[in-house]
Design a protein around this ligand. Structure first.
Ligand code: UD1
Ligand code: UDP
Length: 361
């Protein structure tokens, strides 16, 4: 069996890393095919370095562009590679344009397609990710759903039970595999001049948030309110999309918000684990906070990760400044006693075992 692992962005590298490690442990042949959707050192190479991943066998270097142009470049490149270098199965993870292109390429070529993190739904089709998830789930032969809720979403859409396996989310594997390694070097706190537990950590990069002036301003004002009310500094490792849009809209960043370059996985994981509170619109960070028992406020009106809210680790606040502050106050007082709903950290192995059982017999 030879597996093509298609990835292209920061969260895919993190969440595919347990799958890659499991392939290596089991001596299963695999190729990493990188689309090059993310390419800046701090959005790409730094994760291969931190996670000690093998280099990609191929990198399409598609770079940035409109959704159509970017996806088309990926599709053309992926089809060529998969035709010239046959693989038995293609794995994609999550909901990016890389996933959309990978799913299309594999299914058109009749290659078995597995979707890791299948079945998530925000039920908001204005999000590009929701379109990508739906297409990938409906083209996939093997649906690796992280939770029972995700599996139920797939069944509701008529996906056959025989193709669905509840695996847990590989993000748990990644946190467990890396937190103790990350904790060996705690110099990030002194380097940033913050005390553990005494800062708020922020990320925001969703297209529907940061490409709209009103929403981006609301987020920055909300962060400012939280910082003043709590009397703690705000650390904001800024995504390149958001940096670009702050410049484009010429928005003033509040003085108490410390903008940082995007951080490596180890440094970010440590900051997340020790934050008083996290404000975010990221999918993966909602999950990681829930696992790390760090209170999270999600600056969106919906989430495809309802489990984080159901267990009590997360609230939705949208982008209104007052609602962000209210959400922060609620989560700050909440006891950190919730259960992790995303599995036992053995999802990568479960996925590989299933592939070995179903494809080699
Ligand atoms: C993409 C995914 C999103 C995911 C996010 C993870 C889609 C539709 N979106 O969003 O689901 O949550 O990745 O971070 O696939 N840029 C750089 N360097 C890079 C990459 C991007 O400077 O390495 C800048 C470019 O100006 C680019 C912009 O960021 O235009 C957006 O990049 P893009 O990959 O299109 O989308 P993301 O916002 O990163
Ligand atoms: N992350 C990181 N450095 C940062 C911000 C995020 O290492 O400065 C990691 C984070 O721990 C998580 C992943 O990147 O594993 C989330 O990526 P992102 O928020 O870009 O994407 P999403 O999960 O929303 O698709």
């Amino acid at each position: 069996m030879k597996i093509a692992i298609i990835l292209g962005t920061r969260p895919e590298i993190v969440k595919m890393s347990p799958v890659i490690r499991s392939c290596s442990r089991r001596s299963i042949g695999f190729s990493i095919i990188h689309t090059g959707q993310h390419y800046s050192y701090e959005m790409d190479r730094i994760f291969f370095r931190d996670l000690e991943l093998p280099d990609a066998a191929y990198n399409l270097e598609v770079g940035s562009g409109t959704h159509g142009a970017q996806t088309a470049r990926m599709l053309t490149g992926l089809e060529k590679i998969l035709m010239e270098d046959p693989h038995d199965v293609v794995l994609v993870q999550g909901d990016t344009n890389t996933v959309l292109a990978g799913a299309l390429a594999a299914s058109k070529l009749g290659i078995t397609l597995g979707h890791v993190e299948a079945g998530l739904r925000s039920y908001d089709r204005s999000m590009p990710e929701e379109i990508n998830r739906i297409v990938a789930d409906h083209l996939s032969d093997l649906l690796f759903a992280p939770t029972k809720t995700a599996a139920a979403n797939l069944r509701k859409e008529g996906r056959p039970d025989s193709g669905i396996l509840v695996t847990g989310n590989t993000v748990v594997d990644a946190v467990i595999q890396n937190l103790s390694i990350a904790a060996r070097d705690r110099s990030i706190f002194s380097n940033l001049g913050v005390e553990e537990g005494k800062y708020v950590l922020v990320t925001a990069h969703r297209q529907e948030n940061v490409d709209r002036r009103e929403n981006l301003s609301g987020i920055l004002k909300g962060i400012d309110l939280v910082s003043s009310e709590f009397g703690v500094p705000v650390l904001y490792p800024i995504h390149p999309r958001t940096k670009k849009m702050i410049g484009h809209f010429n928005i003033q960043v509040p003085g108490n918000v410390r903008l940082l370059e995007p951080l490596g996985y180890f440094e970010f994981l440590l900051l997340e684990a020790s934050a008083r509170l996290v404000l975010t619109d990221s999918g993966g960070i909602q999950e990681e906070c829930c696992i790390l028992k760090t209170p999270c406020v999600t600056m969106r009106n919906n989430t495809e990760r309802p489990e984080t809210i159901d267990v009590g680790g997360n609230v939705l606040a949208g982008t209104d400044p007052g609602a962000i502050l209210s959400g922060a106050k609620v989560m700050d007082l909440r006891p950190r006693t919730w259960e992790n709903p995303f599995g036992d950290g053995k999802s990568g192995d479960r996925i590989l075992r299933h592939l070995q059982e179903t494809l080699t017999c």
